[in-house]
Design a binder for this molecule. Structure first.
Ligand SMILES: [Zn+2]
Length: 259
């Protein structure tokens, strides 16, 4: 039987999404919302002994270095650039700077990168920086955000490194990302994951720690903020149980590309 691999990945970043909807959140609160989501999330990962991948901004890591150091003992720490907010102009040098920040905290080389908000960027220099894989595409059509239907939906070599796209349902390209996880009925989302895993033998899933915090009072559209907190944590628990029942092996991204 071929092994089935699941990459559970999280963008460990400042809770800056209210800015997109015109609400300012202090940096202190941005960090704290993410930290409270992390507490819930880590309990679930520990319970099932899952090694996940955390795409971490250099800025978040600097503020929370002891957490990052501890996480790196079990999980993979990859780069999510220096800053998440679009109010910081992204520079290519941010990628290298974030890699240095993360390495100085964990003592480990950074081998993966995900672009904040999956914006398009010049990928050509990544492999020269020592990046072995990127996970910066959602090969689907999201009205008002991006149309990436021309992108390869499977993990593949591109620009001298591996691209690990967010998983989409075969043929239909329905994205199995955080918004679907949150908004679809649990049973339906879990079966779409099962169908995709059975067909592709791998799944790349991505969520955010702040989704597991209580964010109901922020001015965000319902489909972005709810369910949150304990409710969403229970959904994650059921998803993991369903994938384990399928015989899935949870691996970090660098372990997956090593295979
Ligand atoms: Zn992000």
């Amino acid at each position: 039987m071929t092994e089935k691999f699941v990459m559970l990945t999280f963008d460990l970043e400042e809770f800056d999404i209210p800015e997109e909807y015109g609400q300012t959140v202090s940096e202190y609160d941005q960090m704290n919302v993410t930290l409270s989501g992390m507490e819930r999330l880590l309990k679930v990962l520990e319970k099932h002994q899952i090694n996940a991948t955390f795409f971490t901004t250099g800025n978040f890591a600097r503020y929370n270095s002891s957490l990052i150091k501890k996480l790196a003992e079990k999980h993979e720490i990859a780069s999510h650039a220096m800053y998440h907010s679009p109010t910081h102009d992204f520079k290519e040098s941010d990628i290298e700077e974030s890699m240095l920040v993360l390495k100085s905290i964990t003592g480990k080389d950074v081998s993966g990168f995900r672009m904040p908000r999956l914006r398009s960027f010049d990928r050509s220099k990544l492999s020269g920086m020592g990046i072995r894989y990127s996970s910066s595409t959602n090969p689907t059509y999201l009205p008002g955000r991006y149309n990436s239907l021309d992108k390869n939906p499977l993990p593949a070599m591109q620009d001298g490194m591996m691209e690990l796209p967010c998983s989409t349902v075969p043929v239909f390209r329905f994205p199995l990302f955080w918004l679907s996880f949150k908004n679809l009925p649990t049973g339906l989302y879990n079966s779409l994951c099962r169908i995709t895993l059975n067909s592709r033998k791998n799944l790349m899933l991505y969520y955010h720690p702040w989704e597991f915090a209580d964010i109901g009072d922020y001015k965000l559209p319902g489909y972005v903020k709810s369910p949150d907190g304990e409710k969403l944590t229970s959904k994650l628990e059921l998803l993991i149980q369903s994938l384990l029942a399928q015989g899935a092996t949870f691996v970090t991204c660098s372990k997956f590309i090593g295979n």
